[in-house]
Write a protein that binds this ligand. Structure first.
Ligand SMILES: *Cc1c(COP(=O)(O)O)cnc(C)c1O
Length: 363
């Protein structure tokens, strides 16, 4: 199903003229959204998962509202350090190189007993959270990083081994537990997960618990938002005195602030079906191809359902199917929900088409 949405703030025609395809970021909208999330969470700590969108303008907008940034590579670590030298950083991710494992970060999320052994052998000091993969059901999740055999984190036996390794030394300090088990769950389901993770953390006697990201985002219903108020209230109810809770969302923070704007090059009918070929495509906005959805389109003139495709020579280059919109060559088409896992996950160099331009509104 394709979703159409109402028009949103635009750069002037003049600013975009000749510069399509373009990414347009609504920084004022992001500021308001981040402020609301921050208020709903109260003193639950908020880190932004940089891999969702590392654009420095977006991170600058988020920075007053976050307690830190979560990075998943040495590249992201260097990027955050360059732009935000004083902001706390948590580094996680499987397959850490020595440079990543021994990097100077506020919190290191240890993913395996092997990583911990390498860290201990190095003699370096670090503040670590152990990433746990609990075997709990994750129905309804769009992606599962836990709840069974996956390469992420450790099962409770692995955690127990780490806890034993950490005894009788003080260079590596066990601060707590990290769990990023699933993405695409709503607030009540996320609270159930949080309760299970907290129960587990208490068996270890640790008081710092990072509950991960993955707050639900619906491309089929752009107006449906994750209920941060319910989640924040629920987390504060679950927390016991002395415990520090932290979350690290990515997509749910930045997805709504980005749009991908392009123009129609050709309109054609093939075997009865109407197609609009636009400049750019999934090499700029890979999200609909990876998630298997139709990217939401801003509605202009209603018309016969038309499938909007890009310029690549592959049948996978589809941005949205059968959109009830009237399009002719030269028209502008605008896709929403392109602020996270969009430009930065796309295969820009495939076919060597030009890159999009970038615009930032309401700075
Ligand atoms: C990707 C990731 C996140 C962010 O997930 P979203 O679905 O974007 O909220 C948080 N923590 C870890 C460990 C991740 O890998």
């Amino acid at each position: 199903m394709t979703v159409t949405v109402a028009a949103q703030p635009q750069p002037s025609e003049a600013a975009l003229a000749g510069r399509l395809p373009a990414y347009v970021y609504d920084l004022a909208g992001l500021d308001a959204h981040a402020g609301a999330v921050r208020a709903a969470l109260g003193d639950v700590e908020l880190y932004y998962a940089v891999k969702a969108n590392p654009d420095p303008e977006l991170m600058r907008t988020l920075s007053p509202y976050v307690d830190g940034f979560e990075v998943a590579s040495g590249g992201e670590l260097a990027h955050v350090r360059e732009h935000f030298p004083r902001t706390p950083i948590a580094l996680g991710g499987p397959g850490k190189t020595d440079a990543e494992l021994f990097g100077d970060v506020t919190r290191l999320h240890v993913e395996s007993t092997g990583e911990l052994r390498r860290l201990l052998a190095s003699g370096r000091s670090a503040d670590v959270l152990l990433r746990v993969n609990l075997d709990i059901p994750l129905e309804g999740a769009s992606l599962a990083m836990g709840g069974g055999a996956t390469p992420f984190g450790m099962d409770p036996a692995g955690i127990a081994e780490c806890v034993a390794l950490l005894e009788e030394q003080d260079a590596v300090r066990l601060r707590g537990i990290h769990a990023h088990l699933a993405s695409g769950l709503d607030a009540p389901r996320m609270l159930e997960l949080a309760a299970a993770v907290l129960d587990y953390a208490r068996t270890l006697g640790v008081t710092e618990i990072n509950l991960g990201g993955g707050m639900a985002v619906s491309y089929a219903d752009p107006e449906a938002r994750f209920d941060w108020k319910t989640y924040g209230d629920g987390l504060r109810r679950l927390r016991r005195p002395g415990e520090t809770l932290r979350v690290e969302p990515g997509r749910s923070l930045t997805v709504y602030c980005g749009r991908y704007v392009t123009r129609v090059i050709d309109v054609k009918r093939v075997h009865g079906e109407l197609f609009a070929v636009v400049a750019g495509g999934t090499h700029h906005l890979r999200t609909p191809a990876t998630k298997g959805h139709d990217q939401p389109v801003v509605m202009t003139e209603p018309g016969e359902p038309i499938t909007i495709v890009g310029q690549l020579c592959t049948p996978k280059d589809v941005l949205a199917r059968r959109v009830p919109i009237s399009l002719k060559p030269g028209d502008t088409v605008e896709f929403t929900m392109a602020g996270a896992y969009a430009w930065n996950i796309s295969h820009h160099d495939f076919l060597m088409h030009p890159k999009p331009s970038f615009h930032y509104l309401n700075r």
